[in-house]
Ligand binder design. Structure first.
Ligand SMILES: [Zn+2]
Length: 117
């Protein structure tokens, strides 16, 4: 499953960072695009399973979904693509090209500062 591989990858990165700063991670924010979108529930579950018995156990994972955007061929307006109304919101042209999809990104790791790290 896609999420399992992603969870393992993210966990590895977080552990590496945690090691570097010698602190316990408490929260992480990841973002993903639409083509490789993650299922939140499956992802949470996969991450919890992967984090078991590591310093990441019990940390919170937040997933941000970045909408797909398109660029109008006529007026070059960039807008959030909606499959139900794909015309350009500015000039109403129905010809547009997709912008590159947002990559899967580990945006932020929050560490617990102080005492029992
Ligand atoms: Zn337009």
């Amino acid at each position: 499953m896609h999420e399992t591989a992603v969870a393992q990858n993210i966990l590895d990165t977080i552990l590496e960072q945690a090691n570097k700063v010698s602190a316990r991670p408490v929260r992480a924010i990841i973002s993903c695009g639409q083509f490789n979108a993650l299922n939140d529930e499956v992802m949470q579950f996969a991450f919890e399973a992967a984090a078991e018995n590591t310093p990441c156990q019990g940390m919170r994972l937040e997933i941000k979904h970045i909408p797909l955007r398109a660029k109008c061929r006529k007026c070059k307006e960039v807008f959030v693509f909606d499959v139900y109304s794909f015309a350009c919101p500015k000039c109403k042209a129905e010809e547009s090209d997709f912008e590159p999809d947002a990559p899967l990104l580990l945006e932020e790791i929050e560490f617990k500062n102080g005492e029992d790290s």
